[in-house]
Design a binder for this molecule. Sequence first.
Ligand SMILES: [Zn+2]
Length: 250
Amino acid sequence: MAIYKERAIVLSGFRLGEADRVVVLLTPGHGKVRAVAKGIRKTKSRFGARLEPLVHVDLLLHSGKNLGTVTGAEIVEPFREVREDLDRLTIASSMAEAADRLAQEHEPSPMLYKLLLAALRELELRPPGRVMLAGYLMRLLEVAGFAMALGPCIGCGADGPHTRIGIADGGSLCRVCGGQACLVEPGTMALLEVLSSAKMARANELAVPQANAAEATGVALRFVEYHLDRRLKSVNLSSVMPREASLVQT
Ligand SMILES: [Zn+2]
C-alpha cells in the first residue's frame, strides 16, 4: 500500500461499523477519494472534528484496493462560519454535493477543487448573495465541460440576445428554434452570461433583481441536474431562493 499526502475538502461522510467513518474527499491530485477514518467516533479520536464535511484539510492517506485509509489529518481552513450558519451551510452543502457528483474517483480535478475552495472562502467572509449558487453552478458547468452556450442561437446561429434556453440543447435558442424551450427574461439571460465567467467573490456581490436571481438559479440548477441526470437532493430551493425559481419549465 502506498502512502501519499493530499490536500482535500471533505465533501461528506457516513458511519462504518461501531467506531469508524468513511469520508468522501475532493482532492486536486486524485479527484474524489473515499477513505476510512478508523476510530474517529471514539471520544479520544485523534481526528476530532478535522474530518467534518466542508473542512479543508491536509491528509496523509494509505491507498487501498477499494477504500483508502486516513492516517493523518491537519486542518488548513476550518470554515467555521460556513458550517455554523444555516444559510451558508445550506448553500455550501449543495455546492459540495454538486462537486461530489461531477468529480470522478482517482481522476485529477484541480479546477473542481479550486472552484469549491473559492466558493467556501467567499462564504466564510460573507453570507450568500442572491446569485452565489447560480454563479457557482455556471462555473461548475464550465469546469466540467458542459458550459451553457449563451451567444447566437445554437439551432440556426441567429445573433442574440435571445430569451429561450434549451436545457437538453445546451444553450440559448431563437424564437423559431426554441418553441418548446424555457423562456427567460432578457435580464436573466444577461445575468447568466456574466455568471458563466465571474469569480466567486464577484458573483456573490452582484446586486440583481430577485426575480432574475431566482430565474438564473433555476436555469443553472436544471442544467446541472440534466448533466448529472439526477436531482441534487440537498438543494431545497425554497430555503435559498423564493418560489419563482421552481416555476422555470422546460
Ligand atoms: Zn434559431
